[in-house]
Structures are given as structure tokens and as C-alpha cells.
Design a protein around this ligand. Structure first.
Ligand code: SF4
Ligand code: SF4
Length: 198
């Protein structure tokens, strides 16, 4: 008796499963098709914004990027895909500053994990959804991301120059005062040790 009950029970489960599968098939049969006729529809093909095709540096309307060449993205990349080359430039206040020279990115070894984007402290990177990246040799997959000519830093105004000069003078004066105080302390200590013991 038990085996007859089991037979009908499993038959019922099988029929329910079959009906469920057929309902999904029927639903998909009636759903509008989304197959893309690429490349015939190249002009109209819609690629989701979130699709990660290639790493890019964000440029603003004035043609400037925000990369400060800190190298955090390079250190966080698990594949050695990023290579940052830097250069030293003179600033308006007479100091040296490290700047980005070349941002090299090898699309051929990128796994699109987005660690570089999410760890950049400047929000300087993003992924473009430009998916047409096919080339004939692997070397061509290595791209320089800072592709625009470097813009000159805006010249400081007379007020800013005066402020920088004042800050420099103040630093020099503070350094001199500290050196004088240190020397006086050393002389006082030397005199103390030279005093005859009573
Ligand atoms: S892209 Fe961001 S993390 Fe990478 S070097 Fe530039 S500022 Fe640093
Ligand atoms: S997405 Fe990942 S693998 Fe690609 S460059 Fe960024 S950190 Fe490296």
C-alpha cells in the first residue's frame, strides 16, 4: 500500500515540476526578444552604464584630471595592471612637487575587480562602458590613460604670491628662533658642566 502511495506522490511532484518548467518556458516564449544584431546596430546598441569595459581617468570640462600620482591604485591592483610614472615639477612657492607623468594601464591583464577605482582617494578613476576594445596585438592593449596634454597650473594671483612669501618668511623666522633657542640651551648646559664642583 505504501509503495502505491509513494508512486502517486512522486507522480504528482513530477507533474507539478513539469508544469512549472512549462510555465517558465511559455513566459519566456512570449517575452520580447533582446538579441542584439551587433555590429549592424552599432549606432543604436545600448550598453549598460555599469558595464566595465576599460579603466579611464576622469577629466573635467577644463581638461584636467584629479590624479595626484599617489600610487595607491597601483599598489592595490592584484594583477600589476597599472604602472604610474611620475615627474618632479617646481611650484609657485619654490618647492618641488611630484606629479603624474604617465598613467599606464594594461587592459589585457585587468580583471575588472574595480579595486583601483574604489581605493583612489581622489575619485580620479572610473570604468568606461566603451566595449569596442579589440586590437590585433597584446601590446596595443597597454594604454596611457592621461591622454590629454597636461594643462598649466593657473598662475597665482599677486595676493596669493604675497601670502606664500609671508608664509615662507614666517617659517624662516621660526626656524631661526628655534635654532637660537637650541644654541642658547646648549651653551647654558655647557656652562653648567664647566662650573667647579664645591
Ligand atoms: S588614480 Fe587615484 S589612487 Fe591612482 S595614483 Fe592617481 S590619485 Fe592615486
Ligand atoms: S580593475 Fe582590478 S585588475 Fe583592473 S586595474 Fe583595477 S585593480 Fe587592477
Amino acid at each position: 500500500m505504501g509503495s502505491v502511495k509513494d508512486y502517486f506522490s512522486s507522480l504528482g511532484t513530477g507533474v507539478a515540476s513539469l508544469l512549472k518548467g512549462m510555465s517558465i518556458t511559455g513566459k519566456e516564449f512570449l517575452t520580447p526578444k533582446i538579441t542584439e544584431k551587433y555590429p549592424e546596430n552599432r549606432e543604436t546598441v545600448r550598453v549598460p552604464e555599469r558595464f566595465r569595459a576599460v579603466l579611464t581617468l576622469k577629466y573635467d570640462e577644463e581638461g584636467r584630471h584629479k590624479c595626484i600620482a599617489c600610487g595607491i591604485c597601483q599598489r592595490n591592483c592584484p594583477n600589476g595592471t597599472i604602472n604610474i610614472e611620475t615627474k618632479m615639477v617646481d611650484t609657485a612657492d619654490g618647492k618641488k612637487k611630484k606629479k603624474l607623468d604617465k598613467y599606464m594601464y594594461d587592459l589585457g591583464s585587468c580583471t575588472f575587480c574595480q579595486l583601483c577605482v574604489s581605493t583612489c582617494p581622489q575619485d580620479a578613476l572610473e570604468f568606461s562602458n566603451d566595449f569596442e576594445q579589440a586590437v590585433f596585438t597584446r601590446e596595443k592593449l597597454v594604454k596611457q590613460l592621461n591622454y590629454l596634454p597636461e594643462k598649466e597650473e593657473p598662475a597665482p594671483s599677486p595676493e596669493e604670491l604675497a601670502k606664500l612669501a609671508a608664509e615662507r618668511e614666517a617659517k624662516i623666522a621660526a626656524a631661526k628662533a628655534a635654532a637660537a633657542a637650541k644654541k642658547a640651551a646648549q651653551e647654558a648646559a655647557a656652562q653648567e658642566t664647566e662650573k667647579p664642583q664645591e
